[in-house]
Design a binder for this molecule. Structure first.
Ligand code: NAD
Length: 427
């Protein structure tokens, strides 16, 4: 099948490369010329484990190519995926101008009936608007299928190729079948529903996961006050199949390009249809508080943070990505700086992106160098390399042996036995 993917970011590039890997002829389009030039030179513009191999293999086998020429990509393809960004707009609504611009371009360049597949996360009703808009500019019939994406940065290739489910939302059975056929080789559950349900599934899923995180963070607050260990509580809860283990890690809050904006957007969707979604307001409130918690706890321990040197381990919004969008590290470091602390940060991959958000702090390449002379080490992103540290060496570098474990990732007993003051979240 000839496919164009418009928007070659975290989702579009992964989707394009993986669809090519399934044997399709895929052209990835972006308006960002530097991105396309890099890709044409074999340089992957984002950090995503395993992606480079899939891209290189499919370029070599001539199934995958890149362009800024959307008109040609559209006229050459039967199926066109939209994978542009839908960032948070005014009043919490998803900003749809990029999606609509692509819909218009598709309409203007459709030389035969086309199927648009909307992979961007969009408010309920958007698929229908995309169809109206594309058809307004075209003399051909254009079907629109909602196909929300559930991949996680850091394991995006695996998530795309081994999804828990594929959701297809369409009122047109032929268009739905064409997209179902694309995903059939994955051998995974495919749910075909109407466009509104598909669009709502995406927001409901992300909002539910965010709720799970804020819920366990509230339990952590109780654990802190009653001498319980939230990690043990989460383990005990997660063993119940109805609850499940995932997304029950208390810590310094969720971030990223999806949860914060999707939680906001779902509240706006609710308001627009006359319903007030109270639960998500609290989810957000807890999450904002969580980001401040490591700083508050450290301040309580040290009295004042003024002039104290704090080593921050991890900057990306989660491990295995270079994505800094809404990363907890940004709020945490701003708070530390506001308290007049000196911040030294280290991240294995996200340093360059982090500099756009945190230009004034000091960066080190190694956690041992970063810990030198520090009054505390604070774990913010639980990269594997930070979990396997030589703590004797870290401790020897530090001014005072305090560890703030913002992700509850360390062995508290071990660190305490080594003479560290351990500060976790609800443990
Ligand atoms: N990042 C994730 O983990 C993730 C997961 C699931 C769903 N989503 C959703 O997928 C969508 C894309 O997210 P992302 O993280 O890949 O975004 P991104 O910002 O990484 O990429 C979007 C790309 O679209 C390009 N673009 C914008 N307008 C364009 C146009 N008119 N023509 C061609 N290219 C254009 C941009 O230059 C950019 O490269 C969003 O709606 C997001 O909510 C993201």
């Amino acid at each position: 099948m000839k496919i164009a993917v418009i928007g070659t970011g975290y989702v579009g590039l992964v989707a394009g490369a993986c669809l090519a890997d399934l044997g399709n002829q895929v052209i990835c389009v972006d308006i960002d010329e530097s991105k396309i030039t890099s890709l044409e030179k074999g340089i992957i513009p984002i950090y995503e484990p395993g992606l480079e191999e899939v891209v290189k293999r499919n370029v070599l086998e001539k199934r995958l190519s890149f362009t800024t020429d959307s008109a040609k990509a559209i006229s050459d393809s039967k199926i066109i995926f939209i994978a542009v960004g839908t960032p948070q707009g005014d009043d919490g609504k998803a900003e749809l101008k990029y999606v609509y611009a692509v819909a218009e371009t598709i309409g203007k360049n459709a030389n035969e009936p086309k199927i648009i597949v909307d992979k961007s996360t969009v408010p309920v009703g958007t698929s229908r608007k995309v169809k109206e808009l594309a058809e307004k500019f075209s003399e051909h019939r254009i079907e629109v299928v909602s196909n929300p994406e559930f991949l996680r940065e850091g394991s995006a290739v695996k998530d795309f190729l081994e999804p828990d489910r594929v959701v297809i939302g369409s009122d047109n059975s032929e268009a739905a079948k064409a997209i179902e056929d694309l995903y059939k080789p994955l051998g995974k559950e495919i749910l075909i529903t109407n466009p509104e349900s598909a669009e709502l599934i995406k927001y409901a899923s992300n909002a539910f996961l965010a709720t799970k995180i804020s819920f366990i963070n509230e339990i952590a607050a109780i654990a802190d006050r009653v001498n319980a260990d939230v990690s043990e509580v989460a383990k005990g809860m997660g063993l119940d199949a109805r609850i499940g283990k995932q997304f029950l890690n208390a810590g310094c809050g969720y971030g990223g390009s999806c949860f914060p904006k999707d939680v906001k957007a779902l509240q706006k969707i609710a308001l627009d249809c006359g319903y007030k979604l109270d639960i998500l307001r609290e989810v957000e409130k807890v999450n904002e508080y969580q980001k401040m918690l490591p700083v508050e706890k450290l301040k309580k321990e040290l009295g004042s943070l003024s002039g104290k040197k704090i080593c921050v381990l991890g900057l990306a919004f989660k491990p295995n990505t270079d994505d800094m969008r809404e990363a907890s590290s940004i709020k945490i470091i701003h708070a530390l700086v506001k308290e007049k602390a000196q911040v030294v940060a280290v991240d294995p991959i996200a340093e360059e992106n982090a500099k756009q958000f945190l230009p004034k702090i000091h960066y080190e390449k190694s956690p041992y160098a970063a810990a030198k002379g520090c009054d505390a080490v604070m774990l913010v992103t639980e990269w594997n390399e930070f979990l396997e540290l030589d703590f004797a060496k870290i401790g020897a570098e530090m001014n005072s042996k305090i560890i703030v474990d913002g992700r509850n990732a360390y062995d508290r007993e071990k660190l305490v036995a080594m003479g560290f003051k351990y500060i976790g979240i609800g443990r």
